[in-house]
Design a protein around this ligand. Structure first.
Ligand code: TRP
Length: 321
């Protein structure tokens, strides 16, 4: 059986939050010794919409800093900045040659993001093809994806299969892996939707100061039942708090009737998780040269695999070596 190669992709912008930590980062860190993992920061993604060059650069570095602070060990999990391995864009082009215009235009995320009526960059249309290149470049066979990215993963599988059928076996067809439902963190202010980078007051960012964390949890939406129990339908807020507690500490609520006590317990649990990340982040933020070195070494480490895949694809599709 082929070894497990897992690729976890992160958007380059938007501050990472508790949902990312429990849903994506912790599984990535837990799998570090069992699977060959790559953490990818998709900085080219940032340019699919109107952007400020200096912000894109700063966010890329900040995202890498946060991944390190959260415990990604670059000795075992390379942290790859998409733009620093040129093969991503080369494979992107080759894959565009097996993608239909209609196929790309049908992507839900493209339709949503282009619906505003403003100018739409061509790169926004082809972004899912770039994401496919990210995955296929490293022969990844496992890709953790949330609901919002499952259509893009399906496209990746379609393109890989189509390329293999037309031009000969070239790519590994990846499987999507769903984050554990228990690690699904909902928005504190609207517990029926997932915590996301666009959540407002209901989001706990990894670097939120303790008093902000406390306040966000204190204000979390609850209900009038006054019973601490899991009931996602009728008590989504309380269910979310119980789930966060369990995901952070493995503990169950100590008091079955007090929402105040539950919130204090959750606050302590989240704080225990975030305090070391905050401290480590402060150290790393003082040493950007180290973070850049990690990125450079990671790129170096994965480049041979990327180059081999591109060479295979170039040959298969009809280019001279
Ligand atoms: N498109 C993903 C998102 O918006 C990020 C991403 C880019 C990604 N390349 C990837 C995710 C490769 C998984 C695999 O969240």
């Amino acid at each position: 059986m082929a070894p497990t190669r897992r690729l976890t992709g992160f958007q380059p912008t938007g501050r990472l939050h508790l949902g990312n930590l429990l849903g994506a980062l912790r599984p990535l860190i837990a799998a570090q010794s069992a699977a060959e993992s790559i953490a990818l920061i998709a900085d080219l993604h940032a340019m699919t919409v109107d952007h400020h060059p200096s912000e894109v650069r700063a966010s890329a570095l900040e995202q890498a800093t946060l991944l390190l602070a959260a415990g990604v060990d670059p000795a075992r999990t390379p942290i790859v900045l998409q733009s620093q391995v040129r093969e991503h864009t080369e494979l992107h082009y080759l894959l565009e040659c097996v993608t239909g215009y209609g196929e790309a235009a049908r992507m839900i995320q493209f339709k949503e993001k282009s619906a505003g009526g403003g100018p739409v960059r061509l790169s926004l249309l082809t972004y899912p093809v770039l994401m496919s290149a990210d995955i296929l470049l490293y022969d990844a066979n496992q890709v953790p994806v949330g609901d919002d990215q499952s259509q893009h993963l399906e496209l990746t599988r379609t393109l890989a299969t189509r390329f293999n059928t037309r031009y000969g076996a070239t790519f590994t067809v990846p499987e999507g892996i769903r984050p554990d439902a228990a690690a699904r963190v909902m928005d504190m202010a609207d517990p029926t939707s997932k915590m996301s980078k666009t959540s407002g007051t209901g989001r706990i960012a990894l670097l939120d100061p303790p008093e902000v964390v406390r306040r966000t949890i204190a204000r979390a939406v609850t209900d009038e039942f006054a019973v601490v129990r899991r009931d996602p339908e009728r008590q989504p807020g309380i269910t979310n708090l119980i789930g966060i507690l369990a995901a952070c500490t493995g503990q169950e609520p100590a008091d079955q009737s007090s929402y105040g006590a539950l919130k204090r317990q959750v606050t302590d649990a989240v704080e225990a998780l975030l305090a070391p990340i905050r401290a480590r982040h402060a150290e790393l933020a003082d040493d950007p040269a180290y973070v850049r070195k990690v990125l450079a070494e990671s790129a170096e480490l994965v480049r041979p695999t990327a180059a081999t895949t591109v060479a295979r694809a170039r040959r298969a599709i009809g280019l001279l070596d």
